[in-house]
Every structure is written in structure tokens, then in C-alpha cells.
Design a protein around this ligand. Sequence first.
Ligand code: F6R
Length: 636
Amino acid sequence: MCSVVGYVGKNQSKAFVLEGLTRLEYRGYDSAGFACISPESNRLACVKSQGQLQNLLAKCKQMPVDGHLGIGHTRWSTHGAATEANAHPHFDCQKSISVVHNGIIENHHELREALKKAGHIFVSDTDTEVIAHSLEAVLPIHKRIKPAMVELVNKLEGAYAFVAIMQSFPDQMIAVRKRSPLCIGIGRDELFVASDPLAFAGRTKKVIYVPDEAFVIMKAAPRHVSDSQKSPLELALSSSETANLELYSFSGTLLKPDIQELDVDWTDTEKRGHEHFMLKEIYEQKGAIASTVKYYQQLGNNLYKQMELSKEQLKDLKSIKMVGCGTSWHAARIAQFFFEEIAKVPTSIHLASEFRYMPFFNYENSLYIAISQSGETADTLEVVRMINDKECTTVALTNVPSSTMVREANGFLLTHAGPEIAVASTKAFSTQVTVLFWLAHRIALDKGLITMRQLQVAEEDLLIAAEVLENTIDTYRKEISATLAKKYAQFNRAIFLGRHISYPFALEAALKLKEISYIFAQGYPAGELKHGPIALVDSLTPVFLFSSLDPMIYQKLVANAQEVKARKGHIIAFAFEGQKELISLADCVFMIPKVHPLLGPLAMTGLMQFLSYAIAKELGCAIDKPRNLAKSVTVE
Ligand code: F6R
């Protein structure tokens, strides 16, 4: 969703804020803005622009304004259209308070009405603007920041993180967190604040993850005091870091900040000769799967430590429940077959956004795995919090070790995909499938269902599937780029069919096509076709069919393909080598070498993603940043 970035310290803020926003643009890109306190006039100056961040960067070049305190924002609109007026930062009536915000103020309507009655004038449709006006209302009453903040945060409902600067306190910045992510980087005579530590990675190794329902007052100037006068925070820092900040709970109690080592790098962010991040990330999958497998091979008994589960608990699991959204939910649905067929553990999969509102049954020996590339998705995070409250075991499977989900779940598992920049998830998906396939085998080993050798074979199977994933792209890349992408870019809609484990894969394939090419694509279980969707089959609606290596499922899929052909449908088949009947029925065939039967989807992943990529490219779509989307969905 939106990202907030701020800087307070010895240097000018703009360069850091704009770079931080560039790094976090994945979180939202429909408008952006920057504000700072000009040291000359002590007044707030602001630049905003509609559209992608590059528009703001261009505008900032023409406006040389800068200052030691600066805040910035990239937006994914929730309240109000993506216009310049709705872009952050937002202001109070006097334009003396400036706020950037991520999340939702749920009671913004009531607050706005009350503030309007008191004479405040609003200029945007956003919920954020109520923060600036509310602060304008409470600051003169209390005169000091801390009591004013205690009153303010107790008025605001919802999940939010915001950063504010004020002309009346030109050397202080406020950062507030309730449920939405926010962290502070500690440099030498400078402090960074951001929604994601990626914004300041490389500038400091010290980070404070702002605790939930807390606010921080950050000051520009370092304190020069003797060791005996230093606060515990200052004592915890090395000579290369200084921090002048105070952390308070929402009730105003002074808290001791927990400084952690930052384990995030800002490297690997170039496209390395690829036209888009998505293409680069599609090609990184083979390596990402291999590093993930290697990591788990070497993990040994640390697996139990990381998962916060004993070997006995893992062995005695009565059920596994996985929650996630979008692509992560699809990975979970594929993995259901791993846990049930390999580890023999009954497994159910839930959409995080639905799960919270369903009745909850607290079964014994159940493990809840929350799957999320970013580890920040609000729907999934709220499920983790809900299950934690029920005192059941939660494990987060994410790609971001520093994410909120890793910190809040009882245990964690990591995918070793490296930063995923393109909005459409690619290598996170394939590495999630990898970890879950490995984990199913590991549970099976602990239960005595398979031998150590069989676990090693499973690891080899993953590497073979990774090889196939990449090789098949290379086999068909030329043909897709030269002819097939053009051909399939002409259709306005498509049907995606699969059965058994290839059904959730068909859902993922349909999602990939629709999110980056805007072609309407619907995934169905192939067996359901005859129960209604077959009415859609015609020569204008191509049918993508994903085969299976299970002989019985394959035969059923052939029957489904025949039903489509009988209605003059156009079939694009992802078939495994030797599947002659299906190959002869298809109008276009992608032949996939055979792999472990449950890894068929993983083997097809690269080609499926590349085909969607090539179609979207043919249509001239904004592949890395599709319209209306954001990489990290931090609102429910
Ligand atoms: C699709 C995609 C989304 C995400 C979903 C969950 O390509 O990227 O569907 O999978 O928003 O995000 P995470 O995995 O970060 O929780």
C-alpha cells in the first residue's frame, strides 16, 4: 500500500526521502509527494504530483527546496481518487502541520464532520487530512507534543502509520504506529523513518521496529552528554550512531526502544539487462529455488527453533491450516496436496480476508501457516494476530525476514527468493511452493513415513523442476515473442482449466494474465466446465489447459479437452511429454518434460509467467507496476 518515508538530521532530507520513496514505490504508485521545513524561512514547503514517482522526481528538480526535516509518500489510493489534491503530504488549515500516512483512519468521517463544525477547512477527500486538522486542534491546548499526541492517537480509529512535521517544532518529527508497519533507522546524527527498512538499508545497520500503538518523537540535533547522562538507547549505540528520540505508548508511558540489527540489503535491484523486473525475476527462479533448497538442507534442527515447534509437535500434527491472499493463497492450495499426500496431515486452505469472519474452531495440535511474500499483507497479518490471541501456533512463511509477520507469528519459515520488485509475484510463488514441498517431506520423515534418502530425492526433484521451469521458457521464448504473444493478445477473455493440483495452478495462471495484461481470465476446475462455464466456450475465448502427471487425472482432462473441442473451442495446452491424446486435441501445445507428479505446476511456472509477460508486453502494459495495484497490501 502506501509508503511513508522521513528524515531528520544533520543532512538535507530530500535526497534520502526521494531515494527511499523510489525503493518503496512497490507499495503504491498512483501519486507521490514530499514536504520539508525550509531552514531559511522555518516554513513548510511541499511538492506533490499525480502518477508515478518519476513525475515527483521531475518536479522536485525544478524546485530546489530542501531542509533537515523532510517527509515523503507514495500513494495507493483508498479514500479519494488518485489526484494531486489527494496526494500526500496533507496539511492543516494554517499549512503549518504536514502529514504522510499509510493505512486507514476508520472514523475519519465523524472526525471530519466535527472538525468542519469547529471551522476547519478540508481540501482533499482523504482520511489522512483529518490527522493534520486534529493535530492542529490539539496542539495549542497542550502546547507540548507528547500530551497532544496522546490525545490525538486516542481519537483515531483504524490501522495506520503516519509521520508528521510541524512549523511550531521545526527540529522535531513525530512517527506513529497502530498496526501498520513503521520502523526507524539510526544513523550518525540522523534518523530515518519508513514503512519498510528497505528505504534506509545500506545507510545504517541499527533499526527500531516501532511497537504497536506507540509514537516516537525524533529530534534533529544529537544530544552531547557524558556517558553517565546517556539514556539506555544512547548507551546501546556505537560511536557511529546517535539517536535523539523518545518512544511512548499511546497512553504516554515512556518506553525503552528495542534496537535490532538490520539484516536487509539494498542490492540486487537492477534489472541486469532485462527489460522489466518481472522478466528478471522470472529468470531468477531457478537460482532462488536452489538457494531455498540449500538453506533448508542445512537448517537441521534449527527448523524446530525457527518454527517454535518441537519435533514431537510437528510429528503429532492433527491438521494444518494455511492462510494467504492472491498468489500466496494459490501456493497454499497447491501445497495442500503435498501435506495430505506426502505427510498425511489433513490440510485446509483459507483466504485471509474471509477467514477472520468465519467461526473459529480451536482444534488440538493444529498448525497455522500464514503465507505472504511481503509479510505485511494486512488481511493475513490480522489472521495471525487473531490466531495468536486464541493461543494456537502460527508460523509465517515469508520472503522478508524483517517483516511484521515474522515478528508477530510464533515461528517463521523463509523463502530465499531475494527482493521481489515487480508487483506480480513470480519467484516468491515458486519458492513458497518449494518450501512447502520440502516441509511436507520433512514432516513425513519425522513421522517415519519416508526415509532420509527419500527427503534427499525430494530435494533433487525440486532442483529438477527448477531446471525444467527455466529450460521450457528458453525452448518457447522465441516462438512466444515472435508470434504467440501477438496472437493471444488479441483476445479479450480467456478460460484457464486445471484439475487436482493443476487447478490451483490454473487459478494462479489466470491471475498472472489478468493482473498484468488486463485481459479477463477466469480459472475453473476442469470438471466444473460442464456445470455452467462451458456456455462461455467459443472461438473468441481461448482455453488454457494445464495437464497432470497423474494418469487418472490426465484421462479426465483429456475428456474435458474433448468437450471444449466439440464446441469449437481453441485449446492452449501445457502438456507433459508423451501425453499424445491431449497434444493432438490442442491448437497450441507447450511440452513440459516430466518431473515429480506433484511438482508439475512448479515445472510449468516459468513458461506460464513468461507467456503472460509477453502478452502484456505486446499490449504495451505497465508490466512491473500494473494499474490499480500495489506490491504490499497493507490495508484490509
Ligand atoms: C499477484 C500478487 C498478489 C499477492 C497478494 C498477497 O501476483 O502478487 O496476489 O500475492 O497480494 O501478497 P503477499 O504474498 O505479500 O501477502
